[in-house]
Design a protein around this ligand. Structure first.
Ligand code: SF4
Ligand code: SF4
Length: 357
């Protein structure tokens, strides 16, 4: 596995990094196990965030004895100093290292957020001080909006940039990646498999691996996922794989859920993110996998008050206020097809929720 130089940080990282968001969804022991497994298989770059609940502390527990053999990145979404300071210290304690290799500003999607970071005495100054103290080695930035990063990188303050990049979301290739290269900013690709929407995660990764200075960090929480992702390194992408990615792109369009869960929680306890991606999940897994527990979730979705909280949080601008109700109804209709509920029961549910026409 040939290491990749992460821009001006000069960190030499494995060509595929470990996205640690999903380990929060498994038990603590399994989380530690999968991180160590990835390390044993040659992955030396691990990316987490203060916002990923248990992920950061699990990563810390898993890697605490590996010292400089591993490169650990985390992030904070806070822009005001009081919360940023608290968040930084929690991350530092969680990771159990004498320094954090890469500390990133998490989700800087708007101009005012960039301004807050750069303010005198603000989070960037704070991180620069931590760098002087030796607690942080490098400073990076992340965003879901490549356009925003075109403004951030020329400030010269960031050593890495992390953005969504995959076959469908390839906008960064046009301007941002050339800019990052020209400034020697390390490039980290989040959402390289777009939340698992492609027919093959491996093909999606191979597409990114064509760009040898871009480091994808697919999310992983199972041993098999580590193995599968690393197999992407075996051969270059084939013509047939590109054709399949293109077919997936045609099928998905641009309005699809990437499983980031930033939209959650819903104040009405509706599983909005699950509901809007369930069509895709069952299409891949088989409609016969639908159970009564799913019917309950979709029924609850009919009661969405369209408050807009989830929509506002979605970095991909998905029209969730419409999608949650529409998808809930569409999934309940599939439930009728599967014999889980009758057409009459569906009509009763729609009527009770005020959704019948
Ligand atoms: S729009 Fe609906 S699903 Fe989204 S947060 Fe509001 S009530 Fe919940
Ligand atoms: S709906 Fe948006 S915020 Fe929610 S999981 Fe999907 S992509 Fe992420």
């Amino acid at each position: 596995m040939e290491p990749v130089r992460l821009g001006k940080t000069n960190l030499m990282v494995s060509p595929i990094g470990f996205g640690a968001l999903p380990i929060q969804s498994v038990d603590r022991e399994s989380a530690v196990k999968v991180v160590r497994y990835a390390y044993d298989k040659g992955i030396n770059f691990f990316d987490t965030a203060r916002g990923y609940t248990t992920s950061e502390a699990d990563l810390g527990r898993a890697l605490k004895d590996y010292g400089s053999e591993v490169i650990v990145a985390t992030k904070s979404k806070y822009k005001d100093m009081k919360q940023f300071d608290k968040s930084f210290n929690t991350s530092f304690a969680n990771l159990q290292r004498s320094y954090i290799d890469l500390f990133q500003f998490h989700i800087v999607n708007y101009e005012n957020e960039l301004e807050e970071i750069l303010e005198k005495g603000g989070p960037l100054d704070y991180l620069e001080e931590q760098k002087e103290k030796g607690k942080v080695r490098h400073i990076g930035i992340t965003s879901h909006r490549p356009q925003m990063m075109l403004k951030a990188l020329p400030t010269g303050k960031f050593e890495t940039v992390q953005i969504p990049l995959n076959y469908i979301e390839d906008e960064p290739l046009e301007k941002l990646i050339p800019l990052a290269r020209s400034l020697d900013v390390g490039i980290i690709a989040m959402k390289p498999v777009a939340g698992g929407v492609y027919t093959s995660n491996r093909s999606a990764l191979r597409w990114i691996l064509q760009y040898s200075d871009v480091v994808p960090i697919p999310g992983m929480c199972r041993i098999e996922e580590v193995d599968d992702n690393l197999q992407a390194l075996d051969i270059p992408i084939t013509k047939a794989e590109i054709e399949q990615l293109e077919a997936d792109k045609q099928e998905l369009g641009t309005v699809f859920c990437r499983r980031c869960d930033y939209c959650m929680p819903c104040p009405n306890d509706i599983e909005a993110s699950y509901i809007v991606r369930s069509g895709m999940i069952f299409k891949r897994a088989g409609w016969d996998k639908m159970e009564m527990s799913h019917i309950e979730s979709f029924t609850k979705g009919l009661y969405c008050e369209q408050c807009g909280v989830c929509e506002e949080r979605c970095p991909y601008d998905l029209p969730l206020t419409e999608m949650v109700i529409n998808e809930s109804e569409a999934m309940l209709r599939k439930g009728v097809d599967q014999g889980l509920i009758t057409e009459d029961e569906l009509q009763e549910k729609l009527k009770a929720a005020g959704q019948s026409s």
